[in-house]
Every structure is written in structure tokens, then in C-alpha cells.
Design a protein around this ligand. Structure first.
Ligand code: HEM
Length: 130
């Protein structure tokens, strides 16, 4: 019932356009903000593929169509991040970019609080170094 009555985060963020805006700003910030130089450094020079994959993944993760899974199967996110050394500092740089991008979008506070917690948990789960 609650699924019928309540909007998903995907709907609340503005569907396809909202997710694209978030992901584009996220990587723009990662690419240009000196705070994010560590996390930028573990990414490829060209961020296009990372941007597209995060867009597909977040669409499903936020409650929209499961685009990533349809294309690539189970994301196995933790395993996919093992090649990169992710400590607290790296995690926090990633979250800095995401929270900054979200902060620019004028989203309802309840949604921002919910997403900040969910992103924090997911990013901390990716941590593979002290
Ligand atoms: C905690 C710090 C994190 C670091 C340092 C990190 C780093 C990376 C790097 C270097 C890649 C490869 C991108 C490329 O250059 O092609 C990647 C891919 C990806 N990351 Fe992260 N990431 C982090 C957290 C997250 C979080 C929290 C999510 C989801 C909410 C996420 C979702 C993804 C996805 C979907 C991909 C594409 C996987 C694929 O190859 O199919 N990452 N990440």
C-alpha cells in the first residue's frame, strides 16, 4: 500500500532528468573541486563511462527502472570497487561530491536526509582499507 501512496526517491528527485542532473554535477564537482583530488585520481581520465554507469545504477537504486541490472546484471558493487583502495578519506571525498551535487538541487529536506544516510551507508560498505 505504501508503495502506491508514497513517491519513490526516483520520482521525488525528478525522474530521469533529476538523476542525470545529480550524476552530471557529481562528476563535474569530482573533476574540478580540489577537495576531491584523491577520489578523482582513482578514476579514468575520461569520466564518460563512470557517469553513464552511475546514472543507470542510481536510477534503479532510487526506485526507478532497473536499468543497470537489465544491461549488466547484478552490480556486485563491493567486488567492483576492490581494485581501488577506499579508506575513510576516499569515502568522504566521494560523499562530499555527492552531497554538494544534491545540495544544489533544491530537494525536500526529508529526501536529502534519507539520501545522505543511504549514500553514507553504501559508500562505507565500499570501504576496503582503514
Ligand atoms: C566510497 C568511495 C568510492 C570510490 C572511491 C569509488 C570509485 C569508483 C571507481 C574508480 C570506479 C570505476 C570508474 C571508472 O573509472 O570507470 C567506480 C565505478 C562505479 N561506482 Fe564507485 N566509488 C565509490 C563509491 C560508490 C558508491 C557509494 C556508489 C553507489 C551509490 C558507486 C557506484 C559505482 C558504480 C555503479 C560504478 C560502475 C561499476 C561498473 O563498472 O559497472 N560507487 N567507482
Amino acid at each position: 500500500m505504501s508503495q502506491i501512496l508514497e513517491a519513490t526517491p526516483y520520482e521525488m528527485i525528478g525522474g530521469e532528468a533529476g538523476v542525470s542532473q545529480l550524476v552530471n554535477r557529481f562528476y563535474e564537482i569530482m573533476d574540478t573541486d580540489p577537495v576531491a583530488v584523491g577520489v578523482r585520481g582513482v578514476h579514468q581520465a575520461d569520466l564518460a563511462e563512470a557517469r553513464e554507469k552511475l546514472r543507470l545504477f542510481l536510477t534503479g537504486w532510487l526506485g526507478g527502472p532497473a536499468l543497470y541490472v537489465e544491461r549488466y546484471g547484478h552490480p556486485m558493487l563491493r567486488a567492483r570497487h576492490l581494485p581501488f583502495r577506499i579508506d575513510e578519506r576516499m569515502r568522504d571525498e566521494w560523499l562530499y561530491c555527492m552531497f554538494k551535487a544534491m545540495g544544489e538541487m533544491n530537494l525536500p529536506k526529508a529526501l536529502v536526509d534519507h539520501l545522505e544516510q543511504s549514500f553514507w551507508r553504501t559508500a562505507d560498505f565500499m570501504r576496503n582499507a582503514d
